[in-house]
Write a protein that binds this ligand. Structure first.
Ligand code: ADP
Ligand code: MG
Length: 600
């Protein structure tokens, strides 16, 4: 457990960069502040000792004023140094958290777009932000506490052995017992249980936050029971784990620990009894009595110190889970950007023996896929669901990198093309279009920021979005995704289509873009497509085979492999997979026409 702890602190300090030195300085000052903070007590004890020694002739106690001033000075110095220490650790902690956020955002910026299909970017950003904030607690407070407390611990031990080693040893007995009890609670197989217990606590507090945050949604959608369930489960899980850990594992050791620390002076009594006769004979009995008082008071410091270290260790635990969340972002796959970028010569697309497997999947989504689209050609990808159509389409704008083979645009491997150049050349509309939580105008204009308002309207009109605009309260300036302005999948897709039209890129990738359209809209959307794809290189995926009939080439993908390729007429003649799909499709269409006639 210790190794892991050290490593999470070390990892954090790596993020601190130039501010690492400041952290160390802060820790050093924290140790100094702790020791300074102890000195006034020693001064007071010296005052008491002087008074006892000279009793009842108080006038002989000449040093007490000096001790008093010393106590005051040490106390003030201690506070000052502590303040300085916190300033250093906070500065370093804020810089570290800022560095973590910056690095994490850089990683996210360079992650392939496909990564965000599986990991919502907003969620990742929030997680990064929260986790970075969590590390502040460790760096700004917990570490300083741990180091300061350790300093207090060591100083106390030294003082105890210096004043009178026999009484010091007696105190240590209590100490050793309580340390052993603490370790039995946290060490060995109980460490895992403690972690479980703390994780459950973490989960519970998060579920609570989620629950409260979700109340508006819960009210709107009447999901009271469902949303409360998660919270309730977290509470029950926590109470079960707490009972097990606190009640079963900790009961005996914690009792022993408390007894040993609170009753440390019990161990002192035999030591004093042993020392007393000697001291009496040597005439320094009073000194021994004041020493006893000193030990009785300071023996509790040791256990307080231990308890504080333990408390701070829970901050370590928090930092560790925060680091795990940060790692998730830092381990995001990165697109390598070529040092010698190539420029696409034209708008052709080539798949050369492409094999690709999704991370975590145990079978390839594409195997040895090859095809060519000459500039201006329309290529249709068809095939059964799960055949690999979306995957193939998403490799063109480099949502992912291939495992084997290459995807080329204009003769240049997409991995060697500057991502900006590649993105400028390709417009795409996929099934799950992520619109930004901003106005319709900004969403469409994101495709081409310099476009005029007129151009945006024209694009929206071409994408058949007029009816959407009509029902929005602020027309094109309505913010999407806020109260009352949720758009359906088909509507979102039409907005995305408008953006693609506005972008006017020479290569178009369309993934089942008509899947959402209702029959009345389909004709309109088809019209929009024709406008969008005029004179462009197009790779399109379509459910409705009627839309692919006129494609220059149809590629049939099944289980990630190209099983057929040719024009509509060629493939029908061949009588293979496509011909079968076409027959099924015709039957379905006829059936639909038939049934609508019957209704009439
Ligand atoms: P299609 O678009 O032809 O329906 P896809 O390209 O979506 O097919 O899927 C091809 C294969 O890859 C399927 O087996 C599917 O389960 C898998 N797949 C698709 N997306 C992912 C993903 N994000 N992670 C893992 N596997 C995926
Ligand atoms: Mg698909």
């Amino acid at each position: 457990m210790k190794g892991k702890k050290r490593s999470s602190t070390a990892v954090l300090l790596e993020y601190a960069g130039n501010y690492r030195g400041l952290t160390y300085l802060g820790l050093l000052l924290s140790a100094a502040a702790m020791v300074l903070g102890m000195l006034p007590y020693i001064c007071i004890w010296l005052v008491v000792r002087d008074l006892v020694m000279v009793a009842p002739d108080w006038t002989k106690a000449v040093h007490i004023a000096r001790y008093g001033w010393m106590a005051f000075t040490f106390a003030v110095l201690g506070i000052l140094v502590y303040f300085l220490s916190l300033m250093c650790t906070h500065l370093a902690a804020f810089r570290t958290a800022a560095n973590i956020r910056k690095k994490g955002m850089e990683r996210l910026m360079n992650a392939p777009l496909g990564f965000f299909d599986m990991n919502a970017s907003g969620l990742l950003r929030n997680r990064l932000d929260g986790a970075a904030a969590d590390t502040e607690t460790l760096l700004a407070h917990n570490l300083a506490d741990i180091v300061g407390t350790a300093a207090m611990f060591v100083t106390t031990l030294v003082l105890m052995l210096v004043f009178d080693w026999r009484m010091g040893a007696a105190c240590l007995c209590a100490c050793v017992i309580s340390i052993a009890a603490l370790f039995s609670m946290m060490g060995g197989k109980n460490a895992a249980l403690m972690l479980e217990y703390q994780t459950a606590q973490d989960v519970m507090s998060k579920a609570g936050t989620e629950y409260v945050r979700g109340i508006p949604v819960v009210k709107v959608f009447q999901q009271t029971v469902y949303s409360f369930k998660a919270f309730e489960r977290a509470i029950n899980d926590y109470s079960a784990k707490a009972e097990r850990y606190q009640g079963v594992i900790c009961r005996v050791p914690q009792s022993i620990n408390l007894t040993a620390t609170e009753g440390a002076f019990i161990f002192l009594v035999p030591a004093v009894l042993l020392i007393a006769p000697g001291a009496l004979a040597a005439g320094n009995f009073l000194e021994a009595v004041t020493d006893f008082a000193f030990y009785a008071v300071f023996s509790s410091v040791i256990s307080t110190a231990l308890a504080r270290i333990m408390f701070a260790a829970s901050g370590m635990m928090l930092a560790r889970t925060a680091l795990a969340r940060i790692d998730q972002v830092m381990n995001a796959p990165q697109l390598k950007i070529s040092d010698h970028p190539e420029t696409p010569a034209d708008n052709s697309i080539d798949f050369n023996d492409v094999t690709f497997t999704y991370a975590g999947s145990d079978y390839p989504a594409l195997q040895h896929v090859s095809f060519h689209a000459a500039p201006g050609e329309t290529i249709a990808l068809v095939g059964p669901s799960g055949g690999g159509k979306t995957t193939a389409a998403s490799l063109i704008p480099r949502f992912w990198d291939t495992d084997e083979g290459s995807v080329k645009v204009g003769g240049a491997d997409v991995r060697n093309i500057d991502p900006h150049v590649l993105m400028d050349r390709i417009a795409f509309v996929f099934q799950n279009n992520h619109l930004f939580k901003t106005t319709v105008l900004d969403n469409v204009r994101a495709a081409r920021p310099q476009a005029t308002l007129e151009e945006v309207y024209t694009a929206l009109k071409a994408a058949q979005c007029e009816d959407i605009l009509e029902k929005l309260p602020d027309d094109i300036h309505t913010v999407i995704g806020t109260k009352g302005t949720w758009l359906s999948g088909g509507e979102q897709q039409r907005i995305a289509l408008a953006a693609a039209i506005l972008k006017d890129a020479p290569i178009i990738v369309l993934d089942e873009a008509t899947a959402f359209a209702d029959p009345e809209n389909e004709v309109l959307i088809q019209k929009a497509f024709r406008k969008l794809t005029e004179g462009k290189t197009v790779v399109m995926i379509a459910h409705r085979l009627s839309t692919v009939v006129s494609a220059d080439r149809i590629i049939v993908l099944d289980s990630g492999m190209v099983v057929e390729e040719g024009t509509h007429a060629q493939l029908l003649e061949k009588g293979g997979k496509y011909a079968g799909m076409w027959a099924d499709y015709r039957e379905a269409v006829n059936w639909r026409i038939q049934s609508s006639k019957e209704v009439q």
